[in-house]
Write a protein that binds this ligand. Structure first.
Ligand code: IMP
Ligand code: MG
Length: 178
């Protein structure tokens, strides 16, 4: 798999350090509360499972899945729910856990959707952000790392279902998807 990677952007060690830092910030910000972490499948699964272990608060977790890019690396902009949350989040402080924000359209949709379920608050925590790619004005409360417009894989992020198990974040060689 390493032969398909152009460059390592974020190392395993840097991910660990950042997650500990984010966990501490969330612990402070949500002190006295019992947040519900909502993982956006499948990309954020590794991130969420590591993150909640650095949060020292009572909390619960849930999962949702929305339509993805298919095997393309370009957002279709069309968002569809494939798996809904199964807990009642009304009156709860919710934290959306996403792998990466590109156009921001997925996040905007999920945010609006969870607010319509009468969550008390909806916060957003993402591992990676591509600020130059945003097509909508999204508010992100916690960002792990900012990246450029390259297509990245690893630590949960995939291309055509592959590379999720890489322990680091790397830029995929263009020849793989072009
Ligand atoms: P958005 O709706 O355009 O912000 O797209 C967000 C979703 O697209 C993310 O949750 C990822 O699943 C996927 N995505 C966007 N950029 C990348 C990337 O560079 N690598 C892997 N997946 C990506
Ligand atoms: Mg995703």
């Amino acid at each position: 798999m390493i032969k398909d990677i152009e460059k390592i952007l974020v190392t395993e060690e840097e991910i660990k350090t950042k997650i500990t830092e984010l966990g501490k910030r969330i612990t402070v910000d949500f002190a006295g509360k019992e947040p519900v972490f909502i993982c956006v499948l499948k990309g954020a699964s590794l991130f969420m499972s590591d993150l909640i272990r650095s949060v020292q608060l009572p909390c619960s977790i849930d999962f949702m899945a929305i339509s993805s890019y298919g095997d393309s690396t370009v957002s279709s902009g069309v968002v569809q729910i494939k798996k809904d949350i199964d807990s009642d989040i009304s009156g709860k402080d919710v934290i959306i856990i996403e792998d990466i924000v590109d156009s921001g359209l997925s996040l905007e949709y999920i945010h609006t959707y969870l607010e319509s379920h009468k969550a008390k608050s909806v916060s957003v925590c993402v591992l990676l952000d591509k600020p130059k790619a945003h097509k909508t004005d999204v508010h992100i409360d916690y960002i792990g790392f900012e990246v450029g417009n390259e297509f990245v894989v690893g630590y949960g992020l995939d291309y055509a279902g592959k590379y999720r198990n890489l322990p680091y974040i790397g830029i995929l060689k263009e020849e793989i998807y072009s």
